[in-house]
Design a binder for this molecule. Structure first.
Ligand SMILES: NC(=O)c1ccc[n+]([C@@H]2O[C@H](COP(=O)([O-])OP(=O)(O)OC[C@H]3O[C@@H](n4cnc5c(N)ncnc54)[C@H](OP(=O)(O)O)[C@@H]3O)[C@@H](O)[C@H]2O)c1
Length: 225
């Protein structure tokens, strides 16, 4: 599957038992300071940070680059990109505060109107289609996306030909299962032929935890060398 798209880097933080957040999706600050700085470097190198509406509703993030945690002068801020097929992002959300470039990726079924400072991209009939969105973002000049989650978005984004790097910070703690979101929430493989194989590139200790870096399956196209 080859089509013009930005380089796509997926990043998340998880517990040792593979949870992205606490019970019922309550936000868990799993990164320690060293990992927070790593994430800020990733954000600073991106021209778009992507999250799903589930994360926007659960966490109300600003998705800004904390330049104060980085060396050097602030660069141009990446766009905040929310996958929101039905237009559910609350008007009072920090993502709609007009302080940074913001893109809502939505579907044809969405009738919502946003303030003039928000860019809307329709990329799908019922739900945001990542391939269509990436093509459109590429045409608008985006060359490097950082996808931060959550679990459903990671299920859609972790597909051969759709990503170039997947990094996961694993914090040394256990959250437990029940209603805590897993790293990937999507259809489960029933046999080995259906799993997504990953190419383990590096495992680095960072702070109290570690970062594992993966590439797509070796046969899948990637924009990274
Ligand atoms: N630890 C971390 O690194 C980290 C990072 C981010 C989030 N989180 C956690 O993750 C949890 C939220 O995860 P979540 O799975 O509930 O929500 P999510 O993945 O953030 O958002 C999922 C929603 O995005 C919309 N969407 C639109 N197009 C999509 C597509 N192509 N693929 C997938 N989703 C699409 C769908 O809603 P519509 O159909 O209405 O558009 C979908 O239900 C929160 O608890 C948050 O704290 C953790």
């Amino acid at each position: 599957m080859t089509f013009p798209r930005p380089l796509v880097w997926i990043n998340c933080a998880a517990s040792v038992d593979g949870r992205l957040a606490f019970d019922q999706g309550a936000r868990a600050r799993l990164s320690d300071p060293e990992d927070l700085a790593r994430v800020q470097r990733l954000r600073a190198k991106s021209d778009g940070i992507v999250i799903g509406i589930g994360t926007a509703l659960a966490d109300d993030p600003s998705l800004r680059v904390h330049w104060e945690l980085l060396d050097g002068a602030p660069g141009s801020p990446p766009a905040r990109i929310v996958l929101d097929s039905a237009g559910r992002l609350p008007a009072a959300s920090r993502l709609l505060d007009g302080s940074l470039p913001t893109i809502i990726a939505t579907s044809e079924r969405c009738a919502r109107h946003y303030p003039a400072h928000v860019t809307t991209i329709v990329a799908g009939a019922e739900r945001v289609d990542l391939e269509r969105l990436y093509t459109e973002l590429h045409a608008r000049g985006h060359r490097r996306l950082l996808i931060e989650g959550g679990a459903r978005v990671l299920a859609s984004a972790l597909k051969p030909g759709l990503f170039d790097r997947f990094t996961i910070y694993v914090a040394p703690l256990i959250i437990g299962e029940h209603e805590a979101p897993p790293v990937v929430s999507g259809p489960a493989a029933r046999r080995m032929e259906d799993v997504l194989p990953l190419d383990l590139l590096a495992v680095d200790r960072l702070g109290a935890g570690y970062v594992a870096s993966y590439g797509p399956p070796r046969a899948a196209p990637s924009l990274l060398p």
